[in-house]
Design a protein around this ligand. Sequence first.
Ligand code: NDP
Length: 256
Amino acid sequence: NTSRLLGKTVLITGASAGIGAATAILFAKAGSNILLLARREDALKSVRDACVAAHTASGLKEGGTFAPIQLDVSDKSAIAGLWDKVPPALRDVDILVNNAGYVIGRDHVGDIPEDVVEGMFATNVLGLIAMTQLFVKHFKAKNSGHIINLGSVAGIEAYPGGSVYCATKFAVNAFTGSMLRELVNTPIRVTEVQPGMVETEFSLVRFGGDAAAAKSVYTGMQPLTGDDIAEEIVWAASRPPHVNIAQTLIFPVNQA
Ligand code: NDP
């Protein structure tokens, strides 16, 4: 039952592809309004069109306002200026989904270029923290809100060839856990969704667009889809206000 999402406004980072795009479409189907954030404007517009189609097909009167906003979460000044880019009708955000993130390569620790280290931290950790800080203020002022962070199984168990990415996701896990405890007894809910392997553009980005290398990581398994994770996010967001889904770990059946 997603009726609690009718007319709510959701902001999703990394909404131009994968989990973020699938999540946007599912919120659209549930009658929400959505701010779609990512770096690629054309891809965001395609997702906006898919949201319009999903909302129209739902037949719902509520929701249906979608705004693509080009924003790089690793750019602090862009985040500081975010409210200026948000159309007035969509300023009353109820739910923040901090989803933007990526990994590059699977190099051994000594071989990871400095810019790759810094880039992953700037997006996966510093961007997520900056967005959260902005919205904790907003949610405190309106006395309600929900922050949903995309962690990973890589934030619970480190694996070889993923040292920096794992470090970013352990950071997300620690940050989200502290925030959950700080916000206890407030109407602001905090959720961390921790997927295992999901087949999206993630692997393609990881291997610099090499489709064969990207596909090879799923050999012998049926990976999750963006829709599988979107369902988890929308489910967490649509629980009654007294229920906080703190953490969800979600794997393909072939992974443990
Ligand atoms: P995709 O590569 O398919 O999508 C990533 C999204 O993040 C894109 O929309 C991309 O858009 C956006 N993005 C990347 N960097 C930035 C940035 N600096 N500013 C704004 N947007 C950015 O990956 P997934 O959908 O799979 O990943 C989503 C989240 O899920 C990530 O946090 C990832 O770590 C996590 N995750 C993924 C797993 C997987 O196996 N796929 C497993 C566990 C967790 P654009 O390029 O247009 O900016």
